[in-house]
Design a protein around this ligand. Structure first.
Ligand code: NAD
Length: 524
């Protein structure tokens, strides 16, 4: 028999389910705290106030099929509660759970992300209004399948006449992590797998513009962990993240390690904390194409990398230096591969809405010198090529993914990490000029660089000069994070602090344990 339920009825049902879940949750928490006290001599945990996302933050369409299974875990009103819960969870985790349990927990996280990848991609896309839905599905798939787990944690051993020494990779304990708006849930998943594999628990202070999607994935992860018998609150976050909540996270003595993924301001803040900090900062990856390159492959690879998620990724190709003698052919192939060339008038028009300009008047001798500074216009970051074309009044097919333009070296699109599918091309005389310009455009971030060439000497020369954490040859930048390239993936490329392509072992402390021969050895 079919039953008709009105929208009003559905709202009522959702509210009542949320209230019931809240009640069940606090009972569960008491229960878990009792169990924890029973198993360990840890001090009695304080009663935590759990919060559910407000109904405004919940996509009711999403909830309808999940009314029976809704559990919201790991999201707290107060940063101090998120920290205290994470701290107690980690104590329990290392005392009560073995390495094989960690692996079981990680498999459950991978599985839940794969099952929910479309929903996560849609939530992030709708909340942040950045990037491309289908590319976000691919990113979720990538972090779920290619983030290393416990296999990354190894023990080194030395044995000989004087006994046995082992060096273990031990957890830090509770870790504080900061995530960017460009890969919000993907970074939570990637960091959580690595941190949990290493025996840590984690508290996130997420980018405020992605807090609802982040709360959703934190809940998913916690549910998956508990479904296979793991402890509650291994992954927590504060519901309303701010710079003040970040300050509390940084200052709390129970937080032993900080992991930050985002721009330079955030990395600087973490590095000033006096704690061990892993900082993954900004990039502005240059790509060089020389006269020996396979131009068709170069064109295709550049379009793939530069247009993926509308150029949001920190590793994405952001500006091209091409040797003049092959520039026309490369552009021909890029157009064949579906790029759209902006003429100079269209480019100026596009700059007028996609960039903000500040003019500073500086006294120079007897005259005034006008210095222009450009910033990206926030609402155009991560938008589709088709949206730019529409704004320019150009009728286009929706499948154009990348706009290209010919510019000089000092053009703001070369100098800024613009994170838009608008790709600047600079013609250069020779390889030396290309390398010189690429180094300047990369601004010393030492993040990512890409080159297309069949000349090993050219590749080596650029790689040695630019010294980036990721250097990709003859492929799209995505290969640098294991997407169409060998090796594991990460969403946290720690250039400034040197850990590079982070994984579980990055989040460990080295601990030496020595068993000497002792009384059995006779000296003299
Ligand atoms: P963002 O720097 O604006 O924000 C990142 C995080 O830091 C957010 O959680 C934000 O709330 C917080 N934050 C911002 N300013 C801060 C400050 N002054 N002090 C403390 N915290 C602060 O960056 P975003 O727009 O979210 O992300 C894009 C940036 O992140 C780009 O520069 C990109 O290159 C970089 N990124 C780097 C990596 C990497 O692995 N190296 C990965 C993804 C993104």
């Amino acid at each position: 028999m079919a039953v008709n339920i009105s929208e009003q009825d559905i709202q009522k049902i959702i509210q009542s389910v949320l209230q019931n879940v809240e009640a069940v949750k606090s009972q569960d928490l008491n229960h878990q705290n009792d169990r924890l006290n029973h198993h360990t001599s840890a001090p009695k945990p304080i009663q935590m106030k759990r919060v559910l996302p407000s109904s405004a933050e919940i996509n009711h369409a999403d909830l309808k099929p999940h009314l029976n299974t809704l559990h919201v875990e790991g999201v707290f009103d107060e940063m101090d509660d998120a920290i205290e819960s994470g701290y107690l969870a980690q104590v329990n985790y290392v005392k009560q759970f073995q390495l094989k349990d960690r692996e079981k927990i990680i498999s459950a996280i991978r599985e839940t992300v794969i099952v929910n990848k479309e929903k996560l991609a849609r939530m992030v896309f709708e909340e942040t209004k950045l990037g491309r839905y289908e590319d976000k599905i691919a990113k979720h798939e990538l972090v779920a399948s290619k983030t290393p787990g416990t296999e990354d944690i190894t023990t080194a051993a030395f044995s000989g006449d004087e006994g046995l020494t082992i060096v273990e990779q031990a957890p830090f304990g509770l870790v504080g992590a900061v995530t960017p708006v460009t890969n919000p849930t993907e970074t939570i998943i990637n960091n959580s797998i690595g941190l949990l594999a290493a025996g840590n628990a984690v508290v996130f202070n997420v980018h405020p513009s992605s807090k609802a999607s982040c709360a959703f994935v934190v809940n998913l992860i916690n549910k998956a962990v508990q479904e296979v018998g793991g402890p509650a609150n291994l992954v927590t976050m504060v519901k309303e993240p701010t710079l003040q909540t970040l300050e509390r996270l940084i200052e709390n003595p129970k937080v032993k390690l900080l992991v930050g993924t985002g721009g330079p301001g955030m990395v600087k803040t973490l590095l000033k904390s006096g704690k061990k900090a892993i900082g993954a900062g900004a990039g502005n990856p240059p790509v060089i194409v020389d006269e020996t390159a396979d131009l068709k492959n170069a064109a295709k690879s550049i379009i793939t990398g530069a247009s993926f998620d509308n150029n949001l990724l920190c590793i994405a190709e952001k500006e091209l230096f091409v040797i003049d003698s092959v520039a026309d052919d490369l552009i021909f192939h890029m157009l064949n591969e579906g790029a759209y060339m902006l003429d100079q008038q269209q480019l100026s028009q596009l700059m007028s809405f996609a960039l903000e300009e500040n003019v500073h008047h500086e006294a120079r001798g007897c005259s005034l010198n006008n210095k222009r500074e450009y910033h990206v216009t926030k609402q155009w970051v991560g938008k589709d090529a088709a949206s730019f074309l529409r704004q320019l009044g150009i009728e286009s097919e929706e499948n154009i993914r990348l706009l290209i333009c010919e510019v000089d070296f000092d053009h703001p699109f070369v100098q800024l990490e613009q994170m838009m599918p608008v790709f600047p091309i600079v013609r250069v005389k020779n390889l030396d000029e290309a390398i010189e310009m690429a180094l300047l455009a990369e601004h010393g971030n030492r993040h990512t660089a890409i080159m297309h060439s069949k000349n090993v000497d050219h590749l080596t020369k650029f790689a040695r000069a630019i010294e980036t954490t990721i250097f990709v040859k003859n492929a799209s930048s995505l290969a640098g994070v294991g997407f169409g390239g060998e090796g594991h993936t990460t969403m946290t490329i720690a250039g400034p602090t040197g850990e590079g392509i982070t994984s579980a072992k990055t989040f460990t402390r080295q601990r030496r344990c020595v068993l000497a021969e002792g009384g059995f050895r006779i000296i003299g």
